[in-house]
Ligand binder design. Structure first.
Ligand SMILES: [Zn+2]
Length: 280
């Protein structure tokens, strides 16, 4: 897909799995399990799909996947799997290496979004993208340093403190244009200071929905993750985004859906539904 001066590509950085009940909150399992069949531990398969934006002499990534800094125990709990997809091989398809990435826009600092920002070599944390500036909302960075007891398990300081220490973390505040044609939208329901990324020109708009709408199932309004710290805020933010996406014919991009990378939406009897699938 082309928007403005950029070529957009989806790349998968790995797979993991999360508890289906936690992913769909109050929705009963007989409903969510139809589209999201759980394994025998009740986990559903999740993509770690990031967006590669190339053009204007830049190679920009939105989010970085889950990364490689996990103990065997964690790998098992979250079913972390890089055998089919990983960051290096996915970048290679576009003749890129991690050193070629110029900008990294992090939606938020949860480990499944920011984990790929750093890695361990010789017992030290290093930056995966040594030549990149990493952008995150100031409110999210401050929250990540002192998270609530509810979401402290999702913030791993080794994913972002080394980036700040290297002077590569750019803290942005509110709805700002990060680069030409690329702005961020604030969303506080899932966690404080999440930023969704909106890429647009006169004709086309794509929004990287992060954890506001992580999978196609979450287009349904009551499908709210149990992880969210302000679920009623999520509902309002989701309705606003879906309504704008309908009227503006926007493409919505899903980070975590195992099968569907992006869709266009339509108004439905109750809320919203998929109008068509989009392949970038
Ligand atoms: Zn998250």
């Amino acid at each position: 897909m082309k928007i403005g001066r950029y070529e957009l590509h989806q790349i998968e950085t790995g797979r993991f799995a999360l508890d289906g009940g936690a992913m769909f909150g109050i929705v009963p399992k007989p409903l969510w399990s139809k589209l999201n069949p759980p394994d025998d531990e009740n986990r559903i398969d999740m993509a770690l799909r990031v967006l590669l934006i190339m053009g204007n002499k830049r190679n920009i990534l939105v989010d970085t996947g889950i990364g490689t800094k996990f103990s065997e125990k964690y790998k098992e709990i979250y079913k972390i799997d890089h055998s089919k997809y990983n960051l290096d091989s996915s970048l290679k398809k576009f003749n890129l290496e991690t050193k070629d990435i110029t900008d990294v826009i992090l939606t938020h600092l949860h480990f499944d979004h920011a984990g790929g920002s750093t890695y361990v070599e010789d017992g030290k944390h290093k930056l995966t993208f040594p030549n990149a500036v990493y952008y995150v909302q100031k409110a999210n960075y401050e929250w990540a340093l002192n998270p609530s007891e509810k979401d402290s398990g999702s913030y791993h300081k080794e994913d972002f403190v080394p980036v700040a220490e290297e002077g590569k973390l750019r803290l942005v505040e509110g709805r700002v244009v990060i680069l030409p044609n690329i702005e961020v939208i604030i969303s506080d329901g899932h966690t404080t200071g999440q930023q969704l990324v909106k890429i647009s020109d006169e004709k086309n708009t794509l929004v990287y929905c992060g954890d506001l709408i992580p999978t196609v199932s979450h287009i349904r309004i009551p499908y709210i993750m149990g992880y969210d710290i302000h679920p009623l805020t999520t509902i309002e933010e989701k309705k606003r985004l879906l309504s704008n996406a309908c009227s503006g014919d926007w493409t919505l991009f899903f980070e975590h859906d195992a099968l569907t990378e992006a869709v266009k939406v339509k108004k439905a009897e109750k809320g919203f539904g998929v109008r068509e699938k989009v392949i970038l």
